[in-house]
Write a protein that binds this ligand. Structure first.
Ligand SMILES: Cc1cc2nc3c(=O)[nH]c(=O)nc-3n(C[C@H](O)[C@H](O)[C@H](O)COP(=O)(O)O)c2cc1C
Length: 179
């Protein structure tokens, strides 16, 4: 890992934000129910517009379902290799400000990735919404009702390799007072 000497080393070594990276290959060790519950607790701790918390989740455990999801689009292959999948949904019946639901669900997905890292797991976010053909396949396969957005699938498992995330801070992208 490249070390940026301007930031304290504890921010890199102990902070899941800097330890997280997309993990697409996993060992055979199963993720436990307790780890999934911790991850879902973190997911539901995310901020949301008006505190609407209009998220729901489907945990996928069967090899048959994981394989089917892995074939739904060309970047979905990790789903067939992961121990478990978490499908993140937005429930438009619960939503108070539905126009903000994607932002809420994005925050929710990031919390899932960070908690998975904290648990010593690896995870990757597979994009579905708003790409129509992908979302439709997922919706039909999992019997997701019309009032729910099939937002994303997060694959989780024990990583095959140790994480080695690059640091990305770029001063040129930061503006003070005006653009
Ligand atoms: C909205 C979104 C959709 C993504 N979709 C996929 C995907 O379908 N398949 C995949 O392997 N990775 C997917 N990723 C992961 C990105 O490729 C990854 O986050 C990016 O390359 C940066 O690498 P890092 O996560 O290791 O920092 C997605 C990430 C986001 C935020």
């Amino acid at each position: 890992m490249e070390i940026d000497l301007k930031i304290d080393v504890k921010y890199i070594s102990m902070n899941p934000i800097f330890q997280r990276q997309s993990v697409r290959r996993y060992s055979d060790i199963e993720v436990t129910d307790a780890q999934i519950e911790n991850i879902l607790r973190a997911a539901m701790q995310a901020p949301s517009a008006c505190n609407q918390q209009a998220w729901e989740f489907i945990v996928i455990e069967s090899d048959e379902d994981k394989k089917a999801i892995s074939e739904m689009h060309r970047f979905a292959k990790p789903a067939g290799l992961a121990s478990k999948l978490i499908v993140v949904l937005g429930n438009l019946k619960i939503a108070k400000i539905s126009s903000m639901i994607e932002q809420d669900l994005g925050a929710c997905c990031e919390n899932i990735l960070l908690q998975a890292t904290w648990e010593g797991l690896g995870a990757v976010w597979l994009g579905f919404h708003p790409i129509e053909d992908r979302s439709l396949k997922l919706k039909e396969y999992l019997n997701i009702p019309d009032y729910c957005i099939p937002f994303a699938v997060i694959c989780v498992g024990y990583p095959l390799k140790e994480a080695n995330p690059a640091l990305r801070y770029d001063e040129s992208k930061v503006h003070f007072d005006r653009y």
